[in-house]
Design a protein around this ligand. Structure first.
Ligand SMILES: CC(C)(COP(=O)(O)OP(=O)(O)OC[C@H]1O[C@@H](n2cnc3c(N)ncnc32)[C@H](O)[C@@H]1OP(=O)(O)O)[C@@H](O)C(=O)NCCC(=O)NCCS
Length: 254
């Protein structure tokens, strides 16, 4: 059977680059790249970069928001020779505020926690494959695993199914495909499919499946001693629940 490549069309990647003929600049050292937060003066530069990188048109106020210093966004730029060569924009949100299609990332027990959403990540074409996006993502992740942000249990993003470079980047960074989102994007009047990728942090995890329960019980059995206290604990919880239900019924009947 012929190999099907999901991500490439006509020898071009969705980000407009061709794999072979790309003119790139190899940075001698990442130490020459500075990281700093965006400020209102960056608005036009950031807007020009995003228009080059992304097929989606963002409204002007979106640029105002991500470059304002109101602390609502984590907007970090990589600067080289006084030019912005890459940026990442993320936002922390309470899990309960997520749109319907983004629910299901976290287990029910974590529904009062927060999640971080990566709105944007891009690097100037000629500076790609120098580790700039890795530098920006690592800074965000380091920020999210500090004790003050322990409530943030997952980082997620959406990506076009055709964006091979971004998909390979996120997969290399241990993000995992969570959802396929048919017709998620509307680009120049055409519907395009998306993927949602997730990385769990600070002890976050997805809802347990039957497979996880079986795995858990098996691991407890293999480890031997742990299974009995765990079973007693579960039995105790079940009895407690039955007792509470009975009490509630008695109360309702009176
Ligand atoms: C995706 C993007 C941000 C990656 O930026 P980058 O600075 O080139 O990424 P890095 O150099 O940190 O790459 C780290 C690793 O990711 C993987 N990777 C990144 N780009 C890749 C590509 N085009 N093909 C295959 N693997 C790739 C590689 O494993 C790479 O490590 P290596 O260079 O040692 O092999 C960049 O291609 C880009 O700006 N694309 C356009 C904007 C975009 O689509 N953003 C994502 C929106 S969701």
């Amino acid at each position: 059977m012929a190999d099907i490549n999901w991500y490439q069309t006509n020898g071009k990647y969705s980000d407009g680059s061709s794999a072979k003929n790309e003119k790139t600049i190899s940075l001698y050292s990442l130490a020459d790249v500075q990281l700093r937060f965006l400020c209102p003066d960056d608005l036009e530069e950031v807007r020009a970069l995003c228009q080059e990188w992304f097929p989606i048109e963002y409204p002007f106020y979106w640029y105002e928001q991500i470059t304002s210093s109101n602390g609502k966004f984590y907007s970090l730029a990589a600067v080289y020779k006084q030019q912005i060569i890459g940026l990442i924009v993320a936002k922390i949100k309470p899990y309960v505020h997520l749109n319907e299609e983004d629910r299901g990332i976290l287990a029910k027990s974590l529904s009062d926690c927060d999640v971080a959403y990566i709105l944007s990540l891009g690097v100037l074409k000629e500076y790609r494959r120098n580790g700039i996006a890795s530098l920006l993502l690592d800074s965000l992740l380091n920020h999210l695993v500090t004790p003050e942000r322990r409530k943030v249990k997952a980082v997620f993003l959406h990506v076009l199914t055709t964006n091979s470079a971004a998909i390979m980047f996120y997969e290399q960074k241990k993000f995992r495909l969570h959802f396929f989102l048919p017709y998620y994007y509307s680009i120049k009047g055409k519907c395009k499919d998306g993927f949602m990728y997730v990385l769990y942090i600070n002890g976050g995890h997805p809802p347990w499946t039957i497979y996880d329960y079986i795995k858990f019980v098996c691991s407890k059995m293999v480890n031997g001693v742990g299974i009995f206290p765990w079973m007693v604990y579960q039995l105790n919880r079940a009895l407690h629940w039955v007792w509470k239900e009975q009490k509630r019924d008695e109360h309702n009947n009176h």
